[in-house]
Design a protein around this ligand. Sequence first.
Ligand code: ADP
Ligand code: MG
Length: 238
Amino acid sequence: MAAVTLTNVVKRFGGFEVVHGANIDIADGEFVVFVGPSGCGKSTLLRMIAGLEDISGGDIAIGGKVMNDIEPADRGIAMVFQSYALYPHMTVEQNLSFGLRMNGNPKADTDRRVKRAAEILRIDELMQRRPKQLSGGQRQRVAIGRAIVREPQVFLFDEPLSNLDAELRVQMRVEISRLHKELGVTMIYVTHDQTEAMTLADRIVVLKAGNVEQIGAPLDLYDDPANRFVAGFIGSPK
Ligand code: ADP
Ligand code: MG
């Protein structure tokens, strides 16, 4: 069980409040997309779920357990960022296994996980290459692979495709959808791109200036937007 529940979550930087009491319920295995314009608090919400940012108020629970004081490594989550941050001097295989090796994970299990991630992402052929010998899409696959080997219950993606060209973005979108179906885990995906949100999401959370404007399935938001902002952002004619 890895439902994710945000209850009255507040974030302040200094005296400045940037998330104003967010309530978001994400079901186990659901694909939820946070959308909204730049600066609306998408990354901050994701970083609080990951434990990379303290919360100023409220609770965040993962799998029914309140995570407020739990270290990032113990939350059962893995995060994929916009910048791939691969180790340039290591091969793909070493990039995938590095975190597990550092944690003292047994070699046989590490090898099994790396092999499985490579198969899922279809990068088996690239294992001995270094990042500079990879295309942008291949690098992004390796970055996702580093999340997969951790076998998290929840994947967090922060605009993972925004550095890719339009064609690759479409291709990787399909890959991420497939990954969600194959792994069956909870995914929370941040983007400012409406098309990405509409095509990937089971449900979309629309954010504006630190407030949740509406939560719903893509077509429900399209057919019945709560206000003009949601309508405009989703591209609904209403
Ligand atoms: P988004 O990811 O939707 O573009 P962010 O979550 O990055 O938005 O930022 C939300 C708000 O919080 C913005 O006003 C941003 O300037 C502010 N903010 C983010 N990180 C910090 C920080 N470390 N210190 C101060 N303000 C921050
Ligand atoms: Mg952001």
